[in-house]
Ligand binder design. Structure first.
Ligand SMILES: [Zn+2]
Ligand SMILES: [Zn+2]
Length: 393
């Protein structure tokens, strides 16, 4: 078979990557391209000339939702609501939050631990309480985010700056590469779970019943809260906070903080995000070791989700927890870290990192990049974890 010129061009591009570790994969890629098959590696980065098309109905919906959310937060903070409603809302925020961090993220998406069927159902229910996407779609987006981090195939590509990675990606049409590569994300494990597929199929009905009605009806039944107040505080207020805290992991924790584990990754260690997101802001570690159930090293503060996972593991509700060995973490720090690690880093060599101040100067500038991170081409390997090419490896 004679390859057409465009195929030859693609072959040349993949060959140009030129890293020893990946040469074998690239060779297979060349053969795949020459035979008309799908290549197993691809070079991706961010095309800053691309402009996302804004979806105005989403913009209007999110603006209205946030206005209602701020009314709910105001009602809670000024005690227009019964104090019991405020306390109960906070409790649901924490418990429901675990459905996202421990459930959707660490268990269903990353498979960092196994869980009994009953535990899986509880985690799924807690996840639904937050009023986010279907569990299937949430996990697909997140697997894709890890596989193609901070490139155009990442749904919330943080190379495009804070606004896009925070909420802009939900207010605009997907980049064609997000659609293209999204189709290849392996979701077979979740698709084998009939409960997950049931929630995907009947998303709206389950949303109304469990995300809105169930939490809002409790204060009304238990201590006679006004239904409208309950709706504003428990649903609009709590969901608005939940949305933004989850989005901060995609935006702020991909921009601001140190990179002790891998300076070539955009995600950073951000304790502000970790505090509010129950331990999900230690994001440089998490992207370096996505299969680790702790999403941080041992004894890292602000990691409530890990505490709860350990608690459940002691009771046998979850098991087979995966985590990094200290020795291999140390090797990674010494090989790719930015020298900011308190134990294995080197303060004299640490060049500093992007500050919040610098970041706010240009939050929506599409060409914005953190100071010591240059999002370069990224080579994707078959196992789904990114192999960052920076010309040295
Ligand atoms: Zn991330
Ligand atoms: Zn993750």
């Amino acid at each position: 078979m004679t390859p057409d010129p465009s195929t030859q061009e693609k072959v040349r591009e993949t060959t140009d990557i030129g890293t020893t570790e990946n040469l074998k994969l690239q060779k297979q890629d060349q053969n795949a391209l020459l035979n008309g098959a799908t290549p197993i590696t691809a070079t991706l980065s961010t095309d800053f000339t691309f402009r996302h098309k804004i979806v105005w109905k989403n913009v209007i919906a999110y603006v209205i939702f946030h206005i209602l959310g701020f009314v709910g937060i105001y009602m809670a903070l000024t005690f227009h609501a019964n104090p019991l409603t405020v306390i109960f809302t906070f409790a649901v925020y924490i418990i429901g939050g675990l459905g996202v961090t421990m459930g959707a993220h660490r268990h269903f998406t990353h498979k960092t631990f196994k869980a009994t069927t009953a535990t899986r159902r509880v985690l799924m229910l807690l996840f639904i309480l937050n009023g986010q996407n279907s569990l299937w779609e949430w996990s697909r987006d997140h697997r894709q985010h890890h596989k193609y981090s901070d490139t155009d195939a990442d749904p919330h590509n943080a190379s495009r700056g804070f606004i896009f990675s925070h909420v802009g990606w939900l207010l605009s049409r997907k980049h064609p590469l997000v659609i293209k590569y999204g189709r290849d994300i392996d979701m077979s494990d979740l698709e084998a779970d009939s409960w997950i597929m049931f929630q995907k199929k009947h998303f709206l009905l389950i949303y109304v019943l469990i995300s809105i009605l169930l939490p809002c009806i409790m204060p009304v039944l238990l201590w006679n809260e006004h239904p409208i107040v309950s709706l504003f505080v428990m649903y609009f207020g709590r969901t608005t906070v939940g949305f933004n805290v989850t989005w901060l992991i995609n935006s702020l924790a991909h921009i601001s903080g140190m990179r002790p584990y891998d300076k070539n990754l955009l995600p950073a260690q951000n304790q502000f995000v970790s505090f509010f997101a129950l331990g999900e802001g230690w994001h440089n570690y998490h992207h370096a070791f996505p299969w680790d159930y702790r999403t941080a090293e041992l004894n890292t503060p602000f990691n409530f989700s890990t505490t709860v996972i350990d608690f459940c593991a002691k009771r046998g509700w979850i098991y087979d927890l995966k985590f990094g060995k200290d020795e291999s973490i140390k090797r990674r720090i010494q090989r790719t870290g930015d020298n900011s690690h308190p134990k294995y880093g080197n303060p004299d060599e640490f060049k500093g990192t992007e500050t919040l101040w610098n970041f706010w100067k240009s939050p929506s500038n599409p060409t914005y990049k953190t100071r010591d991170h240059k999002p370069g081409p990224i080579t994707i390997t078959r196992d789904g974890y990114p192999f960052i090419y920076n010309g040295k490896k």
